[in-house]
Design a protein around this ligand. Sequence first.
Ligand code: SAH
Ligand code: SF4
Ligand code: F3S
Length: 457
Amino acid sequence: MSLNEVEKQKEYIKKVYEINKEKELKYYILTMGCSLNENDSEKISGILEEMNYKKTDNIKEANFIVFNTCCIRENAEDRLFGKLGEVKKIKKENNSIIAIGGCMMQEKHIIEKLKKSYPFVDIIFGTHTLHKLPEDVYIKLKTSKKIEDILDIDGKIYEDLPIKRADKIKAQVTIMYGCNNFCSYCIVPYVRGRERSRKPEDILKEVEQLSLQGYKEIMLLGQNVNSYHGRENYGFAELLRDINKIEGIERIRFISPHPKDFTQDVIQAIADCEKVCKCIHLPLQSGSSKILKSMNRKYTKEQFLNLANEIKEKIPNVALTTDIIVGFPGETEEDFEDTLDVVKKVGFEQVFMFIFSRRVGTVADEMNNQISEEIKHIRFNKLKELVESQIEKNNEKYVGTIQKVLVDGTSKNNEHTLSGRTDSNKVVVIEADKKYIGNIVNVKITEDCMWYLKGEI
Ligand code: SAH
Ligand code: SF4
Ligand code: F3S
């Protein structure tokens, strides 16, 4: 049934193309969220390009403007509404179509606010209706009606939508949608629905095609990749082993696994598969067992530390990275010290730090022991200091070593230097010929800077 739906949408793409084909049209897309959101943007871009819109980075010249939203933290909302102020003028000048999609559109109070205060928005679509964008655009062009296309129930999985990838060397592949975990602070299960895994054969087909197109690195995406369930007796470990066999692909990464589902077979598969990077993102969130319980994370401080040790034992030289939230309701100084303690003990390669943000509809938003902004910031800065000192020390150990670096392009700030990443995902800047782009090369690390390393081939 879902195949027919995709065919139907492809017909709409053709119809819109017929309307647009004589015109010079441009689209602008702003991706506001995580890698899953980025991968969705690649699908939105694929659809628009087949409708004869060409990509522009200059919003002022765009005929079609898309905001692909996120709502994981409060600042995401401020950002969207700020942008919408800017867009109103552009719409007046270009008569552009304004479309907003993504996670935030699954929140009812946001839709109400949009309809009330931003009536110039043309198309609102959600995470479960992305595949219907062609139909939405067609109806908009034909009728000038405002379109609100949101589904409350979980979307199905639609294969074979057009896609325009942002990169030519590294590709993102979503393996599952949704989340069942309901961590008490998190909005994702409400806006992305329940877990749905893609079929193994669909994922393997996609990766094989990527390999034929010359892609070297695959990033597997899901909110909780290690609860991937392709079919009976086929989980994340089996998927890693099968992707590892695909010729041409040289590196496999994945985000995010959940510590509670990190089973032996997954650890063993990572250890066995030579293409799977020995770099694991293991979100801690808090080091206090009391806070972890209240977060509904389903592991304790000790279980996390044991898991980290076990991973280190079975996967030599593994690099661990993590996410941490400070200022969760009820977090005492002692709880926070537990977090610092785990950071010290595990020695993470990188820590993504967040200040707890209240999300409407979540359990933690209703808790009556919220922490003051002042204390949240003091703790955030304290954690940041510890993390930075650890990263500095950790970077020193790279100097003098030879690292395998996948060169992915010229560096951001200097066209004459190249940049790439180590197996452990550290950025390395090298002075070398552009011919190395797209290859894995041996690089001797010569210098360590805070956020990157320098090296030579
Ligand atoms: N599924 C992933 C998380 C995706 S969201 C996992 O379980 O690790 C990415 C990160 O955002 C989370 O790991 C968490 O650290 C942070 N985050 C989520 N909700 C938040 C909130 N309400 N306030 C602050 N940070 C939050
Ligand atoms: Fe959110 Fe928890 Fe699901 Fe991650 S596992 S997306 S933090 S509910
Ligand atoms: Fe944001 Fe949705 Fe990702 S809320 S973090 S874009 S899943």
